[in-house]
Design a protein around this ligand. Sequence first.
Ligand code: HEM
Length: 474
Amino acid sequence: MAKQNKALSFLSSDMKLPNGPQSPAIVQMLQWIATPMSFMEACAKRYGDIFTLNLIIPIVIVSNPQALQQILTSDTKEFAAPSDWNKQFETLLGKNSLIMLSGEAHKRQRQLLTPAFHGEMMQTHANTIRNITENLIRDWQVDESFSTQDSSGTQLRTQMQVITLRVIMQAVFGLYEGDRAKELERIIGVMMDSGANSPLRALFLYYPALQRDLGKLTPWGTFLRRREYVNELIYAEIAERRQNFDASRTDILSLLIAARDENGEVMSDEELRDELMTLLTAGHETTATALTWALYWIHKFPSVRYKLLEELRSLGNEFDINAINKLPYLNAVCNETLRIYPVGMLTFPREVKEAVNLCGYDLEPGTVLMGSIYLTHQREDIYTEAKIFNPERFLERQFSPYEFLPFGGGVRRCIGNVFALFEMKIVLTTILSQLDLELVTKQDVKPQRRGLVTGPNQEIYLIVKRKMVENSSL
Ligand code: HEM
């Protein structure tokens, strides 16, 4: 709260922040919650690459690649990546979550977690991802009586959520079956869904004043009871694993139990719980949404699907994960999906640590900035016809990490970025090589805030037209 008061003092001080809309804070806040992308676009049109929103506290929004580079590459000097601004996640993720830490504590925790996300570890997850996808799509039924109004088609987002939740559960806990795993999968799915369906649910996370336990029938009361239950399940699993530790296991929990920091310290149970919860939460909804968009675009434009299938055919019948990872057109489709409507529309907040000049503005310590991934990806000077889905742009030129930044950058760059891209490629390859799908949803789908991610504004339906060779090795 002290932080917020400090930030609020900008409003009354003489300090010059970049221009921005003058409407009352409450009006801006409502626009920000209900229609953040069109609000940001309108502001960028009027005020340019850097502007200030008054969201009760002033937040400077940046979409200039040079400025983003300045912010993200010096985020330990002029700009800090403080955790104070991520406080809203603490109730769910816990105070030891990577997202909640900053400075040395953040560095230590990232070092402990990083080995679990190394390239070679990804190889161990490849077969799991493919098996989970195959098991799920096996149940998708062929329906020749295709009709644009037919709502019996496969509801894409839900199906993708099932895949990504199972994948992250397996990656985090290992080959993991039984009642506890099933319960965890179920309850985490329920918690994520109830947080994601309505943009207004995000209010509970942003405004601590609303976080009151008024009984199990109220939204916050329900959330707290579910969280307690998840904690019980996770702590029971940690205790069991510590007792029967198996050094040959490659799941993230086993790696973290064995991990030592530079002083030889192991992670406490509470640290383990918070990190597992962080990975389960951050690694599931995001990738499910990215996959939903990818399948939408691929089936909206038959030429994209055709080119992808041509490229997949070049692989032959082998499930060669290295070859899949290197396919240029598949990579371009994934990148263009994450460019046009980035799942995370903003970086986490950064705070000015030492007085600095950014885009001609002298910013004082304490100023809070956020990189607008969405606005940067919509810049016409970088992406010609930015509103059009065009994977070829990623084959024609290379974009800098500050022009294309779906996973943010600097010290808080998404730790799961390699995992997410890898998962997207395997799931897409498995689905496209086994099923002939058609898009049922005909109207244009637009992005909207869904809790903390940016997802489609309507459910997307696909229908199975034909099943290709059953159990093909690709
Ligand atoms: C398509 C999928 C994903 C997208 C678009 C995405 C995007 C992002 C973005 C934009 C950030 C903020 C970076 C910044 O402020 O500079 C972030 C942070 C983070 N992501 Fe992801 N993410 C995805 C998948 C994942 C996965 C699969 C995991 C874990 C398994 C994960 C774990 C995290 C964590 C732990 C952080 C916080 C890092 C820190 O504070 O040091 N994400 N992600």
